[in-house]
Design a protein around this ligand. Structure first.
Ligand code: FAD
Length: 407
């Protein structure tokens, strides 16, 4: 037996190794990472860690000794460049070969980047890992007015962090509102108002026409004739799954590595987890690619169970959080098909929840600073409880009673 090889040691890879050992798996586990770091939490990179409010040791998933203590062979600074599925071995960039009995792709995703020809001569930075944070923070020493391209989560979290660091931040968003892909207009407006109240300049419905370099500054011109002067450009324009290695080895891919409800690829002893996986979700009855820590951890549990022969299926409710200033946004469920929306609480109190309904039932919630109620709704959605919108809208309804009564 040559054990389990895990390519990638982010949340999905690391959690797979942890769950395997927890489940009593005794054979060899080897985990590879391109990065020269112990596995760490990625969300703080745009938040506390970016601002310098936490150190590298604070964001490690496990302490440094955990891996040797648990007989997990962690190989950092090691890129896997080739996978031979049929003969069951992988090859590193240095030409070393490792054999496996089971293989897990946990290769994550990469920042979507502009093609080099889009803005020739212009340096655009992206945020994905610790090295990126170090690079951007270094550049910020000589920056006063950074520009973010993209008003999604990463752009907004970075905007909040940089504004709190005393910088004068601008955001360009090509859609007509922030967070358009993931939330309703009411939430977009709340976040636009919030950022503007803290001094961030937001330009929606603008795409960049040209960027001119003038000394150490850039002049950014938009299609609607707006001119923005900046000294540092950072883009947060989405992520793409790292599935090329899998695809080249013959594993089926489409918008990520295709896996079934057991997180298994088209080859029975090969699995995929986390951002790189387009995974069948039993709760919804179809496959989806979710970029979130809870999803990566859920896949990891499913894979560990499959490997030890105790199969469970992936039925994780998609959920996510985003911290900006003192506001905690938490989202659960898939809201894209909603046909009605109800606001629980008052937006002006900075503590409220958007409840999304479809055909009379609750399908998703977005909560701002309402963690307790959020957790109740999240649990109800995760358990496929049918909560009617009439109930959700009833002013006498107490969501904390959901699990003490039957509806
Ligand atoms: C700035 C930022 C903020 C975020 N904030 C949140 C948040 O608030 N909440 C939330 O839920 N999610 C957040 N996310 C998303 C979350 O971090 C990801 O969904 C999660 O990290 C996915 O875990 P993963 O293990 O699939 O991938 P990753 O964490 O990306 O790890 C994959 C690892 O595999 C390595 N790798 C890839 N190819 C190879 C190879 N060939 N050989 C060896 N190693 C390889 C990569 O270098 C990387 O280290 C954030 C992401 C970013 C970038």
């Amino acid at each position: 037996m040559s054990g389990v090889l895990i390519i990638g040691s982010g949340h999905a890879g690391c959690s797979t190794a942890i769950n395997l050992r927890r489940s009593g798996y005794e054979d060899k586990i080897t985990m590879f990472s391109i990065e020269d770091e112990y596995p760490y939490h990625r969300p703080p990179l745009s938040k506390k860690f970016f601002k310098g409010d936490s150190l590298k040791k604070d964001i490690l998933i496990k302490g440094e000794s955990f891996y040797s203590d648990n007989n997990i062979d962690l190989k950092t600074n090691t890129e896997i460049t080739q996978v031979n599925i049929k003969e069951k071995y992988i090859t590193t960039h240095a030409g070393d070969r490792y054999e496996f009995s089971c293989l897990v792709f946990a290769t994550g995703s990469s920042s979507r980047v502009f093609p080099a020809t889009t803005y020739p001569g212009v340096d655009i930075y992206y945020l994905r890992n610790i090295a990126d944070v170090n690079c951007i923070n270094n550049l910020l020493k000589n920056s006063k007015k950074p520009l973010l391209i993209g008003g999604g989560y990463i752009g907004l979290e970075l905007a909040a962090s940089m504004q709190e660091m005393g910088l004068s931040v601008s955001i360009i968003e090509q859609e007509d509102r922030l967070l358009k892909r993931v939330t309703a207009p009411v939430m977009s407006k709340f976040y636009k108002d919030l950022h503007e109240s803290r001094g961030v300049k937001i330009f929606c419905d603008q795409s960049i026409e040209t960027i001119n370099k003038i000394d150490n500054n850039y002049e950014v011109l938009t299609n609607n004739g707006i001119s923005i002067s900046t000294d540092l450009i950072i883009a947060g324009i989405g992520a793409i799954p790292n599935n090329k290695l899998a695809q080249d080895s013959g594993i089926k891919c489409k918008n990520g590595i295709i896996v079934d409800q057991y997180c298994r690829t088209n080859v029975p002893y090969v699995f995929a987890a986390g951002d790189c996986a387009n995974a069948f979700n039993d709760l919804y009855g179809y496959a989806m690619r979710v970029e979130s820590v809870p999803s990566a951890n859920a896949h990891a549990k499913v894979i560990a169970s499959s490997i030890i022969g105790n199969e469970v299926t992936n039925r994780e409710l998609p959920w996510f959080w985003s911290d900006q200033y003192e506001f905690k946004l938490q989202m659960a469920g898939l809201s894209d098909e909603y046909d009605e929306i109800y606001i629980h609480g008052k937006i002006e109190d900075n503590s409220f929840m958007a409840c999304y309904g479809k055909e009379g039932s609750l399908i998703a919630v977005d909560s701002v600073n309402m963690p307790k109620i959020f957790n109740n709704y999240k649990k109800a959605l995760a358990n496929s409880m049918r909560l009617s919108m009439d109930l959700v809208k009833d002013p006498n309804f107490d969501p904390s009673s959901i699990f003490s009564a039957s509806y």
